[in-house]
Ligand binder design. Sequence first.
Ligand code: NDP
Length: 283
Amino acid sequence: MSAIIIDGKKISQDIKDELKKEVEELNQKNIFPGLAVVLVGNDPASKVYVNNKKKACEYIGIKSFSYELPEETTEEELLNLIDVLNKTKEVNGILVQLPLPKHIDENKVLLSIDPIKDVDCFHPYNVGLVSIGKTDGFLPCTPAGIVELIKRTNIEIEGKNCVVVGRSNIVGKPVSQLLLGNNGTVTTCHSRTKNLSKVCQEADILVAAIGKAQFIKEDMVKEGSVLIDVGVNRLEDGKLCGDIDFEGCKDKASAITPVPGGVGPMTIAMLMKNCVKAAVMQN
Ligand code: NDP
């Protein structure tokens, strides 16, 4: 039996359309959500990400304020800008595109963002709220996108064996927490996990956030499982692929996300959701 191919493009479009409606309603109440997008330096991939975020803002009706700073920007200059943005009423959310140039302390910058404007949900205050189960504030974008993909495909998380491969602060750890919050039984794996294959074979829902092309093979997954692929890897021929061997696994799974077109588009949709939430929280 062939798996359901979870269409992240379609689901993210649905979310953006819902948000567009919500913003129209907010506008009626004189609430105009605004996002400051800060980019330091010339990293081409970062430029693409920032442009996609600005485009999504435009579609939904969120005002975006763009700050494109030169590579030589000092840490102090960046912190000063964030200080101003923290105090600017029209700016509900502040997004600093990572990675920052090496001479700037990323952690210091993320800590300087007012938690109420931290739409990436990277500030320890917001990370802490998520970890104690408070999920009515900001949610981490990629992890929340994954949960949304699962729920909107009518897949139950409660009681399921969820295995997350990866424990990074932006994906692995927070997605484990959200799945736990949804009453999954969660195992988080990493590079030191013993018998990884065996652990993965027990997963009803398997989330791969490793960063290694086609690492999860057919013999590692359970028949009928739900496979969520976060990985974005470029193959030698230039094509993108995930951390899961899609072709090998798709006939064994009950549902699977493609790369591209699965988790990727959800990240921006959930960022937009946080921006709208920020405007509501601040008004
Ligand atoms: P990191 O490199 O920060 O984390 C990778 C994780 O995988 C680590 O916890 C590491 O373990 C684990 N790992 C590495 N090798 C193995 C192995 N052989 N066996 C088991 N575990 C292993 O990556 P990110 O979490 O930032 O990203 C993961 C992938 O997701 C990347 O491809 C990235 O591009 C993609 N991504 C996609 C997004 C999207 O919107 N679609 C958003 C963010 C990321 P250890 O901790 O022990 O080193």
